[in-house]
Design a protein around this ligand. Structure first.
Ligand SMILES: NC(=O)c1ccc[n+]([C@@H]2O[C@H](COP(=O)([O-])OP(=O)(O)OC[C@H]3O[C@@H](n4cnc5c(N)ncnc54)[C@H](OP(=O)(O)O)[C@@H]3O)[C@@H](O)[C@H]2O)c1
Length: 348
């Protein structure tokens, strides 16, 4: 498993980061046994997938607790990423210390702002009027993160879902953020427009989330109707597909997506690999990607996904997928916020 340094930090992340949103179980992903989490975490460490991505909001802290339990005795072998919600940034220390307690550790390798601080993003995480009336500032949030880094509570500082001007705003605070984590997969390519070029120029690493578009790019679903409604609430689908969980008001492009997935099935079959493995190998071929985040709920799935990290697809196949996926990219545009209407994006 390849490891890549995050920007100018001392942290190296594995090509596949284990997505821990499912850990702890909850409304979005359903039940998740701790025994499966333990097995996934140990197998990941044994096979070089040393990086784990969690957040205080994932299952109301249960994801961090579950990951902490699984890492008992092996914490020093892991790179742990956690995130603070923008609404909580008035007091970063309290939230960081709560994450540390749940994870059963005294340091985080990477601590990120889960979303930039702007009205719509903050509203997504809280309805507390006192916070909405006086939201935290970027300067204060990053100054607090810097203080925690100086104390050794966090080893590197990051951003998640930050656009170009939002990354520039962080840079202007004088605090170094070494990584930006955003959605990136075959049907979500917006970051290629201006975020990836800026990150390369500034030596900011990119970790891509939802590498398999929650199973769609694993070929799990035959038709859009098969996707669980609450996982079909992104702009990829028409508003109605989310059955009340969508808020973007866009028409989506599910027809084009499922034609593309059928083509991926054929390409994968020709290479004698799984569709999920093709999707992962395509992401890792992109020079601007430090790591792709993949959620694996059991060891069998994890091992298939780890094996994908060693699959080298030919340049011609990468180019073919680039071409086949371009119509979807064109229809979705260059807003990497896949949950809000492109005119109301929280990422800019
Ligand atoms: N920073 C952010 O704002 C942000 C946003 C979203 C996600 N993330 C991070 O990114 C991680 C990954 O995203 P995600 O978990 O939402 O989506 P994902 O990795 O794209 O998809 C995960 C799901 O795909 C299915 N899957 C995985 N491997 C498979 C395989 N080999 N064959 C068939 N199906 C497979 C599983 O579905 P089943 O569970 O149904 O079996 C799994 O739960 C998250 O866990 C989280 O850490 C970050």
């Amino acid at each position: 498993m390849k490891h890549t340094q995050l920007g100018k930090s001392e942290i190296a992340v594995s090509a596949m980061t284990v997505g821990c949103w499912q850990f702890g179980g909850g409304d979005y992903w359903g039940k998740q046994d701790q025994s499966d989490v333990d097995a996934v975490v140990h197998a990941a460490l044994d096979h070089g997938a040393t990086t784990f991505d969690t957040a205080e909001v994932y299952n109301n802290g249960a994801s961090e607790t579950s990951l902490g339990l699984a890492l008992k005795g092996r914490r020093d072998k892991a790179v742990v990423i956690s995130k603070i919600a923008p609404a909580n940034c008035r007091d970063v220390r309290t939230h960081c210390e709560a994450s540390l307690r749940r994870l059963g550790t005294d340091y985080l390798d990477v601590y990120m702002l889960h979303w930039p601080i702007n009205k719509l993003a903050v509203e997504h995480f809280t309805s507390d009027q006192s916070i909405l009336a006086a939201p935290p500032t970027v300067e204060s949030a990053y100054a607090q993160l810097d203080a925690l880094k100086t104390e050794g509570k966090i080893r590197a500082i990051g951003m998640s879902n930050f656009g170009l001007s939002q990354m520039r705003e962080v840079a202007a605070t004088g605090v170094r953020a070494d990584v930006n984590e955003l959605t990136y997969n075959i049907i979500s390519r917006a970051i290629e427009a201006d975020i990836a070029p800026y990150c390369i120029e500034q030596d900011v690493a990119i970790i891509g989330s939802m590498g398999l578009m929650q199973g769609v790019l694993a070929g799990k679903y035959k038709t859009p109707e098969d996707v669980r409604p609450h996982q079909a609430h992104s702009r990829h689908y028409p508003e109605s597909r989310g059955q009340g969980t969508s808020r973007h008001g866009e028409p989506g492009c599910e027809k084009e997506i499922f034609v593309l997935v059928d083509a991926l099935r054929d390409i994968a079959a020709g290479l004698h690999i799984e569709v999920a493995q093709l999707s992962i190998a395509w992401i890792l071929k992109k020079p601007f990607m430090a790591s792709t985040l993949i959620g694996s709920r059991n060891v069998e799935t994890l091992k298939a996904n780890i094996a994908a990290c060693s699959v080298e697809i030919p340049d011609a196949v990468e180019a073919q997928i680039d071409t086949l996926s371009k119509p979807v990219w064109d229809l979705l545009g260059n807003s990497p916020d896949y949950y809000e209407h492109r005119e109301k994006t929280r990422i800019f």
